[in-house]
Design a protein around this ligand. Structure first.
Ligand SMILES: *[C@@H]1O[C@H](CO)[C@@H](O)[C@H](O)[C@H]1NC(C)=O
Ligand SMILES: *[C@@H]1O[C@H](CO)[C@@H](O)[C@H](O)[C@H]1NC(C)=O
Ligand SMILES: *[C@@H]1O[C@H](CO)[C@@H](O)[C@H](O)[C@H]1NC(C)=O
Ligand SMILES: *[C@@H]1O[C@H](CO)[C@@H](O)[C@H](O)[C@H]1NC(C)=O
Ligand SMILES: *[C@@H]1O[C@H](CO)[C@@H](O)[C@H](O)[C@H]1NC(C)=O
Length: 431
């Protein structure tokens, strides 16, 4: 555009208006939601203790910070994953620390409580702040006011600031291991199946588990497969093991599962090509491919605009067993031997099977458990002849006789490597 040179005052004014409106327009989408940062404490230094827990309460006891992440997919923002009381938390501010001069910029946050709260008063929230234009802050503090003493606030490192090469093709996120978890055999089998299918990393949000599980987790930590995120949510909130408030009137549902899943997406956004969201008793089993990598390249080729792949859950009841693969040394280990559960419940009329997901994390904005709430690009249902979720647990249709179940031995394709790998782990940990 031509601005400058000898022109009338009128032309100059038009030029200024055009430039201003261009700048304004580019910010419009964000500015409607977020206020531009202001310097409030020029010359004061960035101080405050760096928070070191996974869950940090603010002074209001109504806001809990998990972690801030840099997000430049739609403007330059810091997105803080947190937990808030949906009614009581109306105003929050990001205090950005700009180095090397130590200026503090404050910007008002847009607080977006995720719609999937299932009636509980506390829910996952994105606390989103526009960053100062002239610096790339490494740390941020969150406060209820634009005024106050920075020394009193905890500082959080802003993750995902620097681009890094992928360190994993597939990362599995296991949210909220709790209730003295002791399903050791099924856990090890799931881990070894994930590895056979192409996983490099399993992130576990750990609230609580048995001593024997601690040993197994230590093994996988040392192997480098597992990353443990401590998840002491019951120290701050009354947690429910149920998913809906009507079943159990507590502060937050299912040990804050949704918050953990969202944190896991952002934590792995730069590190992993794909993120897999399922529980430890679930395995996405490919039927036409031998592993997830070949399956996903084929699915991506057919669905180039898709960032979210949904797989149908199918129940293999732990009550229906086959004598095949009854491995005597395994009977000393607590938990289910999935190789002995190869009968699945039939579909029910009028009931949709829930889905689990493999996502490109860079295309996800907000996720729930069985679907993504906001994403760039589309979601696609993967047909059950391509893959399904093998889910071995208590039956949903417990009245059905064995003959009404569908015998499905897809898992057995992996029997020899699975048995060998599980034995290796068992003999190095609990046997
Ligand atoms: C972080 O941990 C250290 C030692 O474990 C502790 O002294 C410090 O107070 C903690 N910081 C915060 C903000 O809690
Ligand atoms: C916040 O919670 C802590 C621990 O439960 C309690 O000691 C403190 O009084 C609470 N503060 C407010 C402002 O409610
Ligand atoms: C784990 O939770 C159970 C109850 O769910 C409790 O009895 C046990 O003491 C907890 N263990 C630890 C190490 O906190
Ligand atoms: C496995 O074999 C043992 C010993 O033969 C038997 O007691 C047990 O019931 C079998 N378990 C299953 C699930 O088949
Ligand atoms: C176990 O796996 C091997 C190949 O690894 C296969 O030949 C065999 O048929 C499988 N067993 C069953 C019962 O499916």
């Amino acid at each position: 555009m031509l601005c400058g040179g000898k022109k009338s005052y009128f032309a100059g004014a038009v030029c200024i208006i055009m430039l201003t409106s261009m700048v304004t327009f580019s910010y419009l989408r964000i500015q409607r939601l977020i206020h531009l940062p202001k310097i409030v404490q020029e010359g004061s230094r960035c101080r405050g203790q760096t928070a070191n827990g996974t869950i940090t309460p603010l002074k209001d006891n109504r806001t809990f910070i998990i972690s801030p992440y840099f997000d430049d997919r739609e403007g330059k923002v810091t997105r803080v994953i947190g937990i808030v009381h949906h009614e009581d938390v109306k105003e929050l501010y990001c205090w950005f620390c700009c180095q090397p001069h130590g200026k503090i910029y404050v910007s008002k946050a847009k607080i977006d409580v995720h719609s999937d709260r299932f009636g509980f008063p506390y829910g996952a929230a994105d606390i989103v702040c526009l960053e100062p234009g002239n610096c790339d802050p490494t740390h941020v503090s969150i406060h209820q006011s634009p005024h106050g003493d920075i020394d009193q606030l905890s500082r959080f490192e802003i993750k995902n600031r620097k681009a890094e090469p992928f360190s994993a093709d597939f990362t599995v996120c296991i949210s909220a291991m709790f209730g003295n978890y002791n399903n050791v055999l099924q856990f090890i089998q799931s881990m070894e199946m994930y590895k056979i299918l192409g996983v490099q990393k399993v992130v576990i949000y750990k609230n609580n588990c048995s001593q024997m599980m601690e040993k197994v987790l230590k093994f996988y930590l040392e192997e480098g497969t597992v990353e443990i995120i401590p998840w002491p949510i019951n120290s701050y909130l009354k947690v429910s093991p149920k998913w809906h408030f009507s079943m159990d009137a507590k502060d937050i549902g299912y040990y804050g599962q949704i918050t953990a899943l969202n944190d896991c997406i952002y934590r792995n956004m730069q590190r992993s090509r794909f993120v897999v969201l399922n529980d430890a008793d679930e395995i996405i089993l490919p039927l036409k491919h031998s592993d997830w990598k070949t399956m996903m390249s084929s699915l991506q080729e057919q669905n180039p605009e898709t960032g979210v792949f949904l797989f149908e859950n199918h129940i293999f009841p732990e009550t229906i067993t086959t004598p095949m693969f009854n491995i005597s040394s395994w009977n000393a280990v607590p938990g289910i031997n999935i190789l002995q559960h190869v009968h699945r419940e039939p579909d029910r009329k009028e009931i949709f099977n829930p889905k689990k997901m493999i996502v490109d994390p860079r295309k996800v904005i907000q996720t729930s458990v069985h679907s993504v709430l906001h994403a760039y690009g589309t979601s696609v249902n993967v047909p059950t002849d391509v893959a399904l979720v093998y889910h071995c647990r208590v039956p949903l249709q417990s009245n059905l006789p064995r003959e009404s179940l569908i015998r499905d031995t897809t898992l057995w394709r992996y029997n020899s490597s699975l048995i060998m790998n599980v034995n290796k782990v068992l003999y190095q940990t609990v046997l």
